[in-house]
Ligand binder design. Sequence first.
Ligand SMILES: C[S@@+](CC[C@H](N)C(=O)[O-])C[C@H]1O[C@@H](n2cnc3c(N)ncnc32)[C@H](O)[C@@H]1O
Length: 361
Amino acid sequence: MESKRNSAFFGIKTLKTNGETLRRWLMQKELLEFGFMVMRSADFITFPVKRKLTPAETNELKKKIQGFAIEKMSFTRGDKQPTSLKGALKGKLPEKDFEELVSSFDTLGNIAIIEIPKGLEKKEKIIGEALLATNKSIKTVCKKLGAHKGIYRAEPVKIIAGERNLLATYRESGCVFKVPVGKAFFSPRLATERLRIAKQIKKGEVIGAFFAGVGPFPIVFAKKSEMEAAFAIELNPIAAEFLDENILLNHLEEKVFPVHGDVKKIVPKKFKAFFHRIVMPLPKGAENFLESAMIAAHPKGCIIHFYAFVPTSDPYPATIDLIKKTAKNLGLAMHVLNKKQVRTFSKETMQIVVDFKVKAI
Ligand SMILES: C[S@@+](CC[C@H](N)C(=O)[O-])C[C@H]1O[C@@H](n2cnc3c(N)ncnc32)[C@H](O)[C@@H]1O
């Protein structure tokens, strides 16, 4: 077997407590030798460096950390793992393909979801395998087959490399979710939004989690607030099946109650004047459910978090007007608490959230 040793390096040894300061300094000076294992003992850490330090560098380092030794020594070669998709594809794709390559991707547990531009479709397997090589925790790579589709807002995908598995186990804010990738909507990019709302929830609140999908909003709310209960309403039967499973997985059967069906049919019948807070994460089309939400608002006051896709050029007025009109028609007082961009969607479109309060007059 080929020897894994290489003896042509210098090492800098210091107390482990100085390790991070030394590592940063070596990186900044471009002295750290990559591809070799850092050595550790009970109290000491030794970094491989490219060359002997100059006297000026030695003096500079003396000002940063107390006590270090420079020695000529052997380091074990580490597994050289590329850290970026572009790095992993070097030499595997011609230069011109890099202009088209979309190097950002989402991960859900062990599954990576990437966009493959039309011009690179014939090379998708190479791209998928390169992505697997960048991160050991990625076991499956799939490509998006188009935008979120239909009323269920699922994003169809196709596996292009790795294990043939599309059931992800995803962790967020101390909760765990099973997600059937491609069959139900799920976006890890909304994690901050879920926490933002969870922080506002007061003890004893009863929450309407409309368009619940596999349950991330109500489940994070239940874990991160002192809410009384959340009713999670979802139409897609596959998402609803996983909503049930995720409630059990997180041991929240006493707090999160799944309701399978259509918000428009169920809410006005079963939840009239009921909720202290309602979350409406259906940016494409939630305006059709505004009236149902206001009917379900507790007369003493209800905060509604309303999401919408809007033109970047003029994001808020049309949405706020609609909210005002709907509240007026139902004889409710309304005031806007907060409005903000959640994320950019395209050059012309962005996703916003408007938080507002309605109350019986
Ligand atoms: C954009 S997704 C959001 C899912 C989830 N809240 C999340 O953030 O992962 C919208 C969800 O609303 C569901 N949906 C669409 N129309 C619905 C309706 N009329 N009643 C209940 N759920 C509906 C879709 O199936 C989809 O799961």
